[in-house]
Write a protein that binds this ligand. Structure first.
Ligand code: PLP
Length: 459
């Protein structure tokens, strides 16, 4: 990165304007009084630079999304060409345009099984909202209008629209709304034995199977779960779990929706997360890595058989669901180029190769610090917990600010990471751009280790 550094008087002015006029998404509210702590100005590869000219490694691909890294002129060029040719085109009714057609064909060649039909949105929340509406609509068309309930994970994250706040299982996100939308239920994640039918397990009533039995399968439309839980703490499903959920959904005629908003496009070392466990859901939501964050796009992939039934059962009826920016031509053109980069540069293979470095780094942290525990990960998606007493599994008091302090220490040392602090937990996730190399990944671990040591010294 070699652009000029802003004058400090200009930086102070930007901060002041931000403080006065910009309300930040997902933010600590009192920080609005202070203005931003960092103003990003540039990015290149795995690095981003702030207004003072300080350069950082982006250890979390910003919001788990910049898979191909920053500064990709090919993506800017693809956007420019499309904007110049056809800046916008609706695909409402029976209109269409080239980028949305080409992207749909490309995605169909990549997605598992017969997940060959795509509905487009501008991001992950809209994709999950659409998947849930589609599931309910599907059963209504099939003469089962009472099948409306949706089961997701406690601690799962599916977005922040009113509908997806229902599916999201993190209480902090729900606290903003006065009531949870009806017909959303939350199961404990990854209860393998329960989902296989072990009713003696004390958690059985909180399993997906237990909830289906209690509510009645004829009232449940869908199970929606993240293939690997991200924001809720990087939880990798145990072997056999997704297959057990697939069988459960098949048995009860319930649609299985996997949220691949983070896992999709290489993050776990396969193009889509479900491929690690050889499972084909009925629907899959996509966003983030579909354009590596260069432009807003999301999608719901669903089975051809579901599309065919919807068409057969709809008769002369309209499909009253579409966004102005569904299948935006520029977003689709950028997605196509982004997928071309992922394929040409073998970024899925790079992610798979670096998985062992990620796991080794996490193990090192766990074995060499007093406050670290429960490291886990897959591909280039890892997480480590900070515990006050790991033998007793005791969490830090919130006043210790454990994960936030560690992350602040990392930022001082030029590595950007993120603190996940829901439900009193302190988890530091890692999700660098998929273009990272072994040495750069090791640098992140060195910095994280030094930062944990710095935090330990404060105790
Ligand atoms: N699903 C998952 C698994 C996510 O991690 C996110 C965002 O972090 C979303 C859905 C929501 O996506 P968006 O923020 O694009 O609406």
């Amino acid at each position: 990165i070699n652009n000029t550094v802003l004058e400090s008087v200009d930086i102070e002015r930007l901060k002041e304007i931000d403080r006065k006029h910009f309300f930040h998404p997902t933010s600590l509210v009192k920080q609005h009084k202070e203005g931003p702590s960092m103003i990003f100005t540039e990015g290149n590869g795995i690095y981003v630079k702030d207004a003072y000219g300080k350069e950082y490694i982006d250890g979390v691909s910003t919001l788990w999304n910049v898979n191909v890294g920053y500064g990709r002129e090919e993506l800017a060029e693809a956007a420019k060409q499309q904007m110049t040719k056809l800046a916008y085109g609706s695909s409402f009714y029976n209109f269409s345009h080239e980028p949305v057609i080409h992207l749909s064909e490309k995605l169909a060649s990549l997605t598992p099984g017969d997940l060959n039909v795509f509905f487009y949105t501008s991001g992950g929340s809209e994709a999950n909202d659409s998947a849930i509406k589609l599931a309910r609509h599907y059963y209504k068309l099939k003469g089962k209008p009472e099948k409306t309930k949706v089961i997701s994970f406690q601690g799962g994250y599916h977005g922040i629209t009113i509908g997806t706040t229902g599916a999201t299982g993190i209480q902090e996100y729900k606290d903003m709304t006065t009531s949870n939308p009806p017909n959303f239920f939350h199961a404990k994640p990854h209860l393998l034995n329960c989902e296989k039918g072990d009713k003696t397990d004390p958690d059985y009533s909180e399993s997906i199977r237990g909830i289906i039995e209690r509510e009645g399968a004829d009232t449940v439309a869908a199970v929606i779960l993240e293939t690997v839980v991200g924001v809720g703490g990087v939880l990798v499903p145990p072997e056999g779990y997704l297959k057990a959920v697939r069988e459960l959904c098949d048995k009860h005629d319930i649609l299985m929706i996997t949220d691949e908003v983070i896992c999709g496009f290489g993050r776990t070392g396969t193009m889509f997360g479900v491929e690690n466990w050889d499972v084909v859901p009925d629907m899959m939501s996509l966003a983030k890595g579909i354009t590596s964050g260069y432009i807003q796009l999301g999608a719901v992939a669903f089975k051809e058989s579901i599309r065919d039934e919807i068409i057969d059962l709809s008769g002369d009826n309209f499909f009253f669901h579409g966004f102005t920016y569904s299948g935006h031509p520029t977003a689709c053109a950028v997605a196509l180029k982004n997928i071309e980069i992922i394929e040409n540069e073998e970024l899925v293979g790079n992610t798979k190769r670096l998985e062992s470095v990620m796991m080794k780094g996490l193990k090192y942290l766990e074995e060499n610090h007093k406050v670290t525990a429960r490291s886990r990960g897959i591909g280039l998606m890892g997480g480590i917990e900070l515990l006050a007493d790991r033998d007793l599994g005791k969490e830090f008091d919130s006043s210790a600010n454990a994960a936030v302090t560690v992350v602040d220490e990392c930022i001082k040392r030029n590595v950007i990471l993120r603190a996940l602090t829901f439900g009193g937990k302190n988890i530091v996730p890692l999700a660098p751009p998929l273009i990272i190399n072994e040495q750069q990944l090791e640098t992140i671990f060195e910095v994280l280790s030094e930062s944990i040591t710095a935090f330990e010294k404060t105790l």
